[in-house]
Ligand binder design. Structure first.
Ligand code: CP
Length: 326
């Protein structure tokens, strides 16, 4: 990581083509309200109820989507794979543990190898900030790069699927409040979801967590900061809690699980302080008993499984939209 580089500004500049159209999706920063709404509306067309057959079309016929996950994933990787297959693409999932990356091949050489095999949509997750933008600057002009999670910086399709889920329950986004609670410091999800919601003009954003896990003061502009979750959650319409990302923390920052749950976890008693019709969200994977109790995760107000379902629809929409621009 190079502290002198502003990764968001770099991503905003490289993700558009000469006609200012989205060619890659690396960050939600800089997307207009209309661009976000267009993606949400398209995704909504791909949503099916539980038990129905999934939506399918051939809009990616002839394309090859390669999934390159240099960090673990269940939801994002599988939903990109299903989305691409349901749109008629060929799909390759590179297993990083058995790939030539283990023998020291660089990321760019891995990318060039897939490009040479006519993979034309590359989905990437990595722990290194700036890597998707770096790759986007080096691939052939017909290639699309989709950021599937970049360090703590950005997770644009998660931001979109969270926003779609909120809109399905609370369509009047301008008049709702959301509390994002937990490890915001290390959360690419929180950054991308906040970005989409603020572009859509959400009424109020509150953030809460232990002081050392809240983001720097120059981030989440306009959000109201709390360290007392019982105050922060009062009368909100949406509560989103976040996973404690131990893999991104120095040991001094790792909280004790039980103490954390008592002070910052979503318990039934705490959720009762929100509005009675509030929805509860978590991007998952969850640390049950830490940031959320079983009772809340599996309770009536939880929309966590709906977030997962919406993830496939959002990824279908993003794949369709970007491939149209080729
Ligand atoms: N929410 C999310 O990105 O989940 P995965 O790490 O399982 O992809």
């Amino acid at each position: 990581m190079n502290a002198s580089i502003n990764y968001i500004e770099l991503s905003k500049s490289v993700q558009r083509d000469a006609n200012n159209r989205l060619k890659h999706l690396i960050t939600l920063e800089g997307l207009s309200r209309d661009e976000i709404i267009e993606l949400l509306d398209l995704a909504q067309l791909y949503v099916r109820r539980p038990g129905e057959l999934p939506a399918r079309d051939r809009s990616l016929s002839g394309h090859t989507v390669a999934n390159l996950f240099f960090e673990p994933s269940t939801r994002t990787r599988v939903s990109f794979e299903l989305a691409a297959m349901r749109l008629g693409a060929d799909v390759v999932n590179l297993d990083m543990q058995t790939s030539s990356r283990v023998k020291g091949e660089t990321v760019l050489d891995t990318i060039y190898t897939l490009q040479a095999m006519h993979a034309d949509i590359l989905v990437m997750r990595d722990s290194e900030p700036g890597l998707p933008a770096h790759v986007a600057q080096h691939v052939a002009p017909h290639i699309n790069i989709l950021n599937a999670g970049e360090a703590h910086v950005s997770h644009p399709t998660q931001g979109l699927l969270d926003t779609l889920t909120i809109r399905q329950h609370k369509p009047d986004i301008k008049n709702i409040s959301i509390l994002i609670v937990g490890d915001l410091m290390h959360s690419r999800v929180a950054r991308s979801t906040w970005s989409a919601l603020t572009t859509l003009g959400i009424g109020e954003v509150r953030i809460a967590g232990p002081e050392h896990l809240l983001p720097p003061a120059n981030e989440f502009y306009g959000a109201i900061r709390y360290t007392d979750v019982n105050k922060a959650i009062k009368d909100v319409d949406v509560v989103m809690t976040l996973r404690i990302q131990k893999e991104r923390m120095a040991s001094a920052h790792i909280p004790d699980d039980n103490a954390y749950c008592r002070e910052f976890g979503l318990t039934s008693a705490r959720v009762k302080l929100a509005r009675p019709d509030a929805i509860v969200m978590h991007p998952a994977p969850m640390n049950r008993g830490v940031e959320i109790t079983d009772e809340v995760a599996d309770g009536k107000q939880s929309v966590i499984q709906q977030q997962v379902t919406n993830g496939v629809a959002i990824r279908m929409a993003v794949l369709t939209q970007l491939s149209r621009k080729n």
